[in-house]
Design a protein around this ligand. Structure first.
Ligand code: UDP
Length: 213
C-alpha cells in the first residue's frame, strides 16, 4: 500500500502527519509527490515525481491532493483519476461533524475543524485548521478555507471560492442566504456582511470589493 501526499510545500507538509495518523493501522509507505521540488526527501519522506509514483510497483496506491490552489487541485485530481489512482479524503482525529452533514469526495478536514449540522459540501473541500461551517450551509466543489474561517449558518458558497484566514461570513436566513459567488476570493480577516459576486475579491470590515479577477 502506498499513500501519496501530492504537494510537498507548506500545506503538504502540514497534511502528511494527518495521513500517517489516518492510515496508521495499515502496512503502508507514505510519500510526497511533487513536480516542482528537487529535494529527494522532505521531513523523512521520499519525494517522487508523478511519473515515478505512477510507475512504482505497488498496485494499491492512493493520493491526497494537498495543494490549496483549487484550479491546480482539480487538474491533478483529474489526472490521477484518468490514470486509475484513487483520490482519498482526510479527516483529522480532532474534527467534529454533527447531524446530516453531506460532503463530497476528496476532502481535507484539518485539525479542530467543525461541521455543525444540516449542510451540504461538494467535492474536494479543504478546511484548514480551526475553521467551521455552521448549519444549513451549501458549499460547492473545490472550495478552500484557509485557517480559522468562521462560516456561519445559511451561507451558500460557489465552486472554487477561496476564503482567507480568519474571515467571518455573516449568517444568512433560509429565505435569504448569504451568497459567495463562484471563484470569489475573500481576503484574510474580512467580515462579509453582504453577497459577494462571482470572480471578485473582497477585503476589510465590512468587506468591500477590491478588484475584478
Ligand atoms: N505542484 C505540483 N504539481 C503541479 C502544481 C504544483 O507538484 O502541477 C506542487 C509545487 O511544486 C509545490 C506545491 O505543489 O511544491 C504547491 O505549493 P504552494 O506553496 O504553492 O502551496 P500550498 O502548499 O500552500 O498549497
Amino acid at each position: 500500500m502506498m499513500r501519496g501526499v501530492y504537494g510537498a510545500s507548506g500545506f503538504g507538509r502540514e497534511v502528511m502527519p494527518l495521513v500517517r495518523q489516518q492510515y496508521k493501522s495499515e502496512e503502508t509507505s507514505f510519500v510526497f509527490i511533487d513536480d516542482g521540488i528537487t529535494a529527494k526527501s522532505v521531513n523523512g519522506h521520499d519525494v517522487l515525481s508523478y511519473e515515478d509514483f505512477l510507475s512504482h510497483n505497488d498496485d494499491d496506491k492512493s493520493v491526497v491532493v494537498a495543494i490549496a490552489d483549487s484550479q491546480i487541485r482539480e487538474r491533478i485530481e483529474q489526472k490521477c483519476l484518468n490514470d486509475g489512482i484513487q483520490i482519498s479524503f482526510l479527516q483529522s482525529e480532532t474534527v467534529l461533524i454533527g447531524d446530516e452533514c453531506e460532503i463530497g469526495a476528496g476532502f481535507i478536514l484539518c485539525g479542530f475543524v467543525q461541521l455543525t449540522s444540516n449542510l451540504v459540501i461538494g467535492k474536494s473541500f479543504h478546511a484548514n485548521i480551526y475553521s467551521y461551517v455552521a448549519h444549513d450551509c451549501l458549499i460547492g466543489d473545490y472550495v478552500t478555507f484557509a485557517p480559522g474561517v468562521k462560516c456561519n449558518g445559511n451561507v451558500h458558497i460557489g465552486d472554487h471560492a477561496y476564503i482567507g484566514t480568519g474571515a467571518i461570513l455573516k449568517q444568512g436566513t433560509p429565505d435569504k442566504p448569504l451568497i459567495i459567488g463562484p471563484r470569489a476570493i475573500v481576503g484574510m480577516g474580512a467580515v462579509v456582511t453582504k453577497d459577494v459576486a462571482a470572480d471578485t475579491v473582497v477585503v476589510g470590515n465590512p468587506a468591500r470589493m477590491l478588484q475584478a479577477n
